[in-house]
Design a binder for this molecule. Structure first.
Ligand SMILES: *[C@@H]1O[C@H](CO)[C@@H](O)[C@H](O)[C@H]1NC(C)=O
Ligand SMILES: *[C@@H]1O[C@H](CO)[C@@H](O)[C@H](O)[C@H]1NC(C)=O
Ligand SMILES: *[C@@H]1O[C@H](CO)[C@@H](O)[C@H](O)[C@H]1NC(C)=O
Length: 947
């Protein structure tokens, strides 16, 4: 079969999304605050530890620790390598034939999501255990069940409650002692026999006290490592600062009935820790942690992130994004690792977890917190990507979380969303024991379906989404419920394949749209659930990628309305965010429209709440990414009927199709005259059937005929199943090299974590091939389509009107002559700006105004007449052909040279920064692009903001 060169990527309705998104990295360390702890990651073409050491040695470097993600090695310069020498070394490494890539790593600021309390713990502890004992409703379950110690159906051992552990009764969030007698219903899950057996959890943090008496027996060395010191021992450095990871581990897996501290939620699970926060945290440190032993570790729990200071936008870098992707595609034998994330502690600084790219990742379950009296804690951050809530600390002297401590002993003062994520990880471990076949997406479905909003309904901000579930920007879908979760998990059937529909908003002129002062703008998109390919009829994640530039980022507010009327505040105002740049293709996430039918009108409302009428900016773009399934994920879900089916051919055409189709399993020969229909045919049948209600017993199909996977015959479908593609009126099998495809050999998704080539005719690669790594000249894009990572052209991701400075990775304005450009000056225009032309010379220059002459005034005759005469000239005269050829050759040379300088430096993508905003003159409507200084003004404003 010949490959077609024009390919419609399934469900990408608008323009192709080949642009790599620039992810903001406000937390990249700079200046004196970050020690010079830079290290380098060398990616070899393939893993070869001896070769890596040899190459490093040749470059005065040393390899430390184990490689991660196949063939990435941590390399460190030997002492006192000067800057200049370092640069030479990097160049030489890049040129090395066995080196695939070199990433110089810049540390980022990452903070633990607890907060320090002056623990006069003892006093607090005594008081609170008194209260526990007195509280009414205490231990109803414990008392009722302590007699019935027996085996559950599956032969699981049922624990006898209450546990003997001394602090068990202080675990108010487990023993029904939250105000109102609430807890997270974990005891009922235990009493079904679940305790997290054979589930491995790794805490990515500052280490784990693996010999703690309450953890040692559950310690899992395969889920542990030390990335800070590049050895196997994750034991924290005991200097008073590194208790965090161990405390998180205790919440998950502290041993039950051993007279030590309290009990972990999944007290039979295997617990490990990665020591990675006690040192410089770079993209590679995160990637190495997130990708550790992905086939062994089931759940990764992270209670840290970019600073929760209310003014940071930051998210995972390229290696961490790849680690997440590999985790969900290949981890747990293809079922996908489960990443649990603490939503953030910036509540008192009016921070929003929407500005944290880890919690807005579709791959993470982002967990919020509630206090013992069912309120929002002071540190809680709001955003629509939080999926559910677990209990945690409140104010000082109010009950917090009980767990183990470093190096010995226990604490009752574990705090913040830091404490919430591990509790969620523990509950999820119970569900994985109940059903180890659950995928990463199954788990998200289960957590939000079983979360219980009732205890938290006294808080303002709840609403009901389009499928009747209560949602909150504070608590997601409510408090996690261990019992409901394991009950649902046990009988859960894996959800159907996830698909994506991408809708890119076409901004009418003026584009970009100038913004001033206080405003409210609505941008609407009509969505039909995808014209091509498999439709998305049941939403899961909804992402909005948007670029807005504004004089004070914190005054912007973004709200998304779904067709069902669900309102998600994607970005609340953040008063402390004085950044003057805005954000660039930032991926906002809402999980609040889960289950809704996406067809209809979507509205993105962009507002400013500023009081400063002079603030200016520009709105550039937004893209709506709808993730979901074509079929309901659970039989109890309300059915959304598919839209108008694809128009079919005539009966005659269909019959010919039917009889001529031979390459797959041959359908039964049909002679309509001989067959008598039994009636009550499946709705997809046309002209009768030989068995009622069966889609594989039709004589003919209404829409599409798909060969059966394992036997002869066919079934009738509305759209092709995954692994089949539509051709005329039938669905044919994809090549085994594809997971799904649009033509037999043109994949739309790849098996496992393979990458999809998404450029037409690049070198000897064609669109739709699946590869292990991107061929030379293409780069992997893990961001713009999360279902399938792709190889795309290296592209300018600064956005229209900007280009990236090769030396520092900053985005700079194009020359005034260009609308689009890839370098400084008019010679690098990709498109001339209005009032500029390039017809007679190879660059954009001003159009001649009245009376000006092209030759005398060095301007361009942009009149219609000139176009005609010029094109005449250029076609007829050999002289002009020669000039054009010369120009073309030199231009190609320049482009190649420029491209080389731009993209040589992989890390430049991390450090995206912008020059200052164009100043918008509200009176004249003019945007002043002429400014020289690009960074200092911003720093000044930031400082003002901190006062
Ligand atoms: C434990 O998990 C592994 C894979 O993670 C599986 O192969 C094994 O069968 C499981 N054992 C039990 C007892 O469930
Ligand atoms: C934008 O849309 C929302 C929701 O439909 C509506 O409440 C609001 O008034 C609209 N604003 C403007 C300026 O049209
Ligand atoms: C000239 O401008 C046109 C349209 O703006 C563009 O397609 C073309 O690439 C430009 N050529 C040069 C040499 O800049």
């Amino acid at each position: 079969m010949t490959r077609l060169s024009i390919v419609v990527l399934a469900c990408i309705s608008a323009a192709a999304i080949t642009v790599i998104n620039g992810i903001e990295h406000d937390s990249v360390c700079s200046g004196s605050e970050c020690a010079d702890s830079h290290h380098t990651v060398i990616k070899l073409v393939k893993r070869d530890d001896a070769l890596a050491r040899k190459i490093a040695d040749e470059h005065d470097m040393e390899i430390r620790g184990e490689p991660f993600m196949d063939s990435h090695y941590f390399a460190y310069h030997k002492d006192n390598t000067g800057r200049r020498r370092k640069r030479e070394v990097l160049q030489s490494l890049e040129a090395h034939p066995h080196v695939d890539a070199v990433h110089e790593q810049i540390p980022r600021r990452r903070v633990k999501r607890d907060y320090v309390v002056n623990d006069n713990e003892r006093v607090v502890a005594e008081e609170s255990s008194d209260r526990s004992r007195r509280a009414s409703g205490s231990s109803i379950v414990d008392q009722g069940i302590s007699k019935q110690r027996r085996q559950a159906g599956g032969g699981l051992e049922i624990p006898r409650l209450p546990f003997r552990d001394p602090l068990y009764n202080d675990q108010w969030y487990l023993v029904g002692n939250a105000v109102g007698g609430f807890d997270m219903n974990v005891r009922k899950a235990w009493l079904l026999g679940y305790a997290g057996r054979n589930v491995s959890i790794s805490i990515l943090d500052d280490g784990i006290q693996r010999d703690h008496p309450d953890l040692a027996a559950n310690y899992d060395p395969l889920a542990s490592t030390d990335i800070n010191d590049h050895d196997d021992d994750p034991t924290p450095q005991n200097n008073g600062d590194n208790k965090h990871g161990t405390r998180c581990a205790g919440e998950v897996a502290a041993i039950a009935n051993n007279n030590e501290c309290g009990v972990g939620v999944a007290f039979k699970s295997k617990i490990g820790g990665v020591r990675m926060l006690d040192g410089a945290v770079s993209d590679s440190v995160e990637a190495a942690s997130l990708s550790l032993n992905q086939n062994h570790i089931d759940i990764y729990s992270a209670s840290w992130g970019p600073e929760d200071d209310g003014k940071t936008f930051d998210g995972p870098g390229p290696l961490a994004r790849e680690a997440f992707y590999r985790g969900i595609k290949n981890g747990r034998g293809g079922k996908g690792n489960i990443f649990v994330w603490a939503s953030g502690n910036g509540g008192s600084r009016q921070d929003s977890c929407s500005a944290d790219g880890y919690t807005t990742s579709v791959y993470t379950l982002s967990i919020s917190s509630a206090t013992f009296d069912n309120h929002r804690p002071w540190y809680l951050e709001e955003c629509p990507s939080s999926i559910a809530t677990t209990y945690s600390s409140a104010n000082i002297n109010q009950p917090a979380i009980v767990t183990v401590d470093v190096p010995r002993g226990c604490t009752k003062m574990h705090t913040g969303t830091s404490a919430s994520a591990p509790l969620a990880a523990g509950i999820i471990a119970l569900a994985l024991e109940a059903n180890p076949a659950l995928t990463w997406r199954d788990m998200q479905h289960l957590v939000l379906r079983t979360a219980n909003p009732s205890p938290l309904l006294d808080n303002p901000g709840w609403s009901v989404n389009g499928v009747g579930r209560k949602i909150s920007n504070k608590f997601g879908y409510g408090l996690m419920d261990g019992h409901e979760l394991v009950k649902w998990a046990k009988d859960w059937r894996t959800v159907p394949e996830q698909h994506i529909c991408t809708y890119e908003y076409k901004l009418a002129a003026p584009n970009p749209r100038p913004l001033t002062g206080r405003f409210q703008l609505n941008f609407t998109l009509e969505v039909n659930g995808c014209e091509t390919g498999t439709p998305v009829l049941y939403l899961e994640h909804v992402q909005v990628h948007s670029t807005v530039r504004y004089g004070k980022r914190g005054d912007l507010k973004l709200t998304l309305f779904s067709p069902a009327g669900t309102r998600s505040v994607l970005l609340p105002p953040r008063p402390q965010d004085f950044n003057v740049n805005g954000f660039h293709k930032w991926p906002f996430l809402s999980v609040q429209m889960w289950g809704e039918d996406p067809r209809g009108t979507w509205v993105l409302m962009v507002e400013s709440v500023t009081t400063n009428a002079n603030l200016a900016g520009t709105f550039h773009d937004w893209t709506l990414l709808l993730y979901g399934t074509a079929d309901p994920a659970h039989p109890s879900d309300k059915v959304h009927p598919p839209g108008p089916p694809p128009t079919g051919q005539s009966i005659l055409g269909r019959m010919q199709q039917l009889t001529s189709q031979t390459e797959d399993a041959a359908p039964e020969a049909i002679s309509i005259g001989d067959l008598r229909s039994v009636g009550d045919c499946h709705e997809e049948c046309a002209a009768g059937c030989h068995e009622s209600h069966s889609a594989s017993a039709c004589f003919k199909c209404k829409h599409l005929q798909q060969s059966l996977r394992n036997r002869a015959g066919f079934k009738c479908v509305t759209y092709c199943d995954d692994g089949f593609f539509k051709e005329d009126d039938s669905c044919k099998k994809c090549s085994p090299l594809c997971h799904t495809c649009t033509k037999a050999e043109v994949c739309s998704t790849c098996p496992g974590a393979l990458l999809l080539i998404d450029v037409d005719h690049f070198a000897h690669w064609d669109h739709g091939q699946c590869v292990e790594k991107c061929p030379e000249g293409l780069v992997a894009d893990y961001e713009s389509n999360l279902i399938q990572a792709r190889c795309v052209l290296k592209e300018n991701f600064c956005g229209a009107g900007y280009f990236m400075l090769p030396n520092n990775g900053r985005c700079s304005n194009c020359d005034e002559a260009c609308e689009l450009c890839h370098g400084a000056g008019p010679i690098y225009c990709d498109k001339c700006a209005q009032g500029f032309g390039n017809r007679s010379v190879g660059y954009c220059r001003p159009c001649c105004s009245n009376g000006q002459k092209p030759i005398d005034d060095h301007c361009e005759d942009c009149s219609a007449a000139a176009i005609a005469s010029f094109s005449h000239l250029s076609h007829s005269s050999p002289f002009w052909s020669f000039v054009w050829l010369l120009l073309a050759v030199s231009l190609v040379g320049l482009v190649i040279a420029a491209g080389y300088f731009f993209f040589r430096d992989e890390r430049s993508r991390d450090g995206v920064e912008y020059t200052a905003l164009p100043r918008y003159n509200a009176a004249s409507g003019a945007i002043n692009l002429d400014f020289s200084d690009d960074s200092d003004s911003e720093d000044e404003i930031m400082k003002t903001g901190q006062i």
